[in-house]
Design a protein around this ligand. Structure first.
Ligand code: HEC
Length: 120
């Protein structure tokens, strides 16, 4: 006959295993998996908008990211926030662009476009 203690232990182990499996199932279902193709599409959309904004506001002095009246930007290693600062505040001959001219969203897109230029 099976010892009562081992029988109790076996059933406890079974219960623990059961709870673990159920929790894994619940956790797995509740974690939202990001769709990689979706985020690439969003990024591409942003780069496209960035290019449009760039052509409107920056192209005349930084033609295609190259040096013109302003220095080349496609080889500029400065992080995004420095570039955003430069755009918002201007420096030297470069004019400042305020939020009513370039929205925060568009400015982020411009910076994305600049980093895309760097990798192409
Ligand atoms: C009227 C011409 C002009 C326009 C328009 C212009 N820039 Fe500039 N930009 C300059 C000049 C000139 C400098 C160099 C400023 C200095 O250091 O005195 C510069 C510098 C910069 C720098 C710093 C580069 C470095 O190497 O220090 C960044 C970044 C930059 N511009 C981004 C932009 C972006 C983005 C836009 C569009 C939103 C833009 N610029 C529009 C003329 C312009």
């Amino acid at each position: 006959m099976e010892n009562i203690k081992t029988a109790a232990m076996k059933s406890t182990l079974k219960n623990i295993a059961f709870v673990c499996i159920i929790s894994l199932f619940i956790i797995n279902c509740s974690v939202r998996k990001s769709n990689p193709t979706e985020s690439i599409a969003i990024k591409n959309e942003m780069v496209r908008n960035g290019q449009i904004q760039y052509m409107d506001h920056c192209q005349k002095c930084h033609p295609n990211g190259e040096g013109g009246l302003g220095p080349a930007l496609n080889s500029n290693p400065a992080p995004g926030f420095i570039k955003r600062f430069q755009v918002r505040h201007g420096l030297g001959v470069m004019p400042a662009f305020k939020k009513n001219e370039i929205s925060n969203e568009d400015l982020h897109a411009i910076i994305k476009y600049l980093s895309a230029l760097k990798h192409s």
